[in-house]
Design a protein around this ligand. Sequence first.
Ligand code: ADP
Length: 627
Amino acid sequence: MKKQFKAESKRLLDLMIHSIYTNKDIFLRELISNASDALDKRYFLALSDDKVKPYTSELAIQIQVDKDHRTLTIVDTGIGMMQDELENNLGTIAKSGSLDFKQKNTDENIDIIGQFGVGFYSAFMVAKKITVESRSPFEETAYCWQSEGEDGYTIKPILKEEIGTKVILELKEDSEEENYSEYLDSYKIQQLVSKYSDYIHYPIKMDITTEKTKEDSEEKEIIIETKTLNSMVPLWKRNKKEITEEEYNNFYMNKFTDWNKPAKVIHYNIEGNISYNALLFIPSAVPYNFYSSEYQSGLQLYSKGVFIKDKAHELVPEYFRFVKGLVDSNDLNLNISREILQQDRQMKLLEKSIEKKIKNTLEDLLKHDRSQYEAFFDNFGLQLKYGIYQDYGMHAETLKDLILFKSSYQDQYTTLKEYISRLKENQEQIYYVAGHDVETLKKLPQMEQLLDKGYEVLYLLDSVDEFALNILRMYDGKAFKSVQQGELDLQSEEEKQANKEKIEENKDLLSAIQEAIKEQVKEVKISSRLKSHPVCLVADEGLSIEMEKVLKQNPEAKDIQATKILEINPNHQLFETLQKVHQNNPELIKDYAEVLYDQALLIEGLPIKDPIRYANKVCQLMIDANK
Ligand code: ADP
């Protein structure tokens, strides 16, 4: 009976069968890498399970070509699949995320394949019919899965002695545009294996037929030799000097299914407390699911060249979770189970050492290739800033010199260290302003005087920024100071004196305004930070207005409030108007106060409570002004 593919798989299949993807070659690498994974699993399970053990043949992959039947066959002696595994593994797509992505990017047929590595299904790019014969050590019977693509698949029992899997591809007919017969050419296969699968640490064997003329006569003889096509030396064990950039890139893109070259390759070898080889990569683009729970961080772990564990997240700290790659150590005991491994002291040593290496690499990049570092930071800087905030600031020390902020100094990225190097004489604080975009922040009333006086201000554009700075509290002995909070202390002694007098003279006016909006603000003040704007809202020390916005996104915290202060510019024309109104028409002050408060909210990007009331009041003021 024919079974149908699950809906998602069907769509992906469709994509493969009618693929316009030019690099069809990758199907072979996908099948070989599946075979290699299956061999890894068998090797690992055999350490503790005798059923898996008795190898009747070596752990290897074999490629067979049959020109007459137009078949290409990949045989492995790996772990094989039981009936329901055949059903589940080959009837559905594990990575459903790829299809979500596809739906959002309907024109990008090409990209999806490279980006997600669709594995087994890619074989449908070249095959019109696929047969998978497989035998698992955990089931008596072997099974055969067969499909011609869209119209479903069948599974039936077969006789098969060997544990392992055999994937038989019946190649499509050649057409004017496409040549599939090339995959029957042993030279082409050798080329593909050496390009994409050279480092696979099981032999990939093939019978190569050559025709030779006999030495002593004209007669030709056909020689069949079994050749191992791959060198089997893992890339990370090879000498750095002999590895080309292309080899690194290919390795990364294949193994970690990314269609972009890595931004940075970190290949090193450490001998000491713990000895290991590592080959790490910093991606050049943010993985599509990086900020979702679907993204799994971690490095592959090998022991003496043998795969032990995928995505060992305990090997990289959370704030470096964007790093991909692998670690191969001779010091880990293979017989210990995966659970014990997690607590292994050796694992802790590994983590510390890897963390240090990543940190040094980033510092180096920052120092020697600023533009590349900034590109990296655009991708993963957010993770570093979260890192500062996480675990009560435990990692702040490690990360504080790796973070960048946009700043009013030439509107560029700056490190905190660079900011400090440009401090004005007697400047005691590091100023920052928080919001969503630089253009809006620049125009904020609170910024005018600071910029005028030549102070540099950091723009905090991500919602985590202010929380991170709150954890750091200081850098190099200077405290962080929000330009939207508390007192700024920018005034000269004379200005201070003048302000004091203004406060004295206008006591009644200020308290009348305060009375009108006392539910909303803690205080109404004569401002020392405003220059050409009439009013602004600032927060008291403690929670800032931006933090209030962030916290309010959580429904449980919707009542959270920053303590607000309304500041009025005594040197603005409006101030005179207020004085007049207060003298001649004191009951009107209430309306003025409400309108000014609402305006200050709008400038901060906060919602006003009653927009209709606000609009009506502004209208009324316009009418009154022209009576
Ligand atoms: P991926 O390898 O990325 O998980 P695939 O579509 O290539 O996705 O394969 C799906 C699953 O089928 C694999 O995860 C594996 O469990 C199983 N599988 C594929 N090929 C083999 C094989 N040669 N031997 C054993 N299991 C296999």
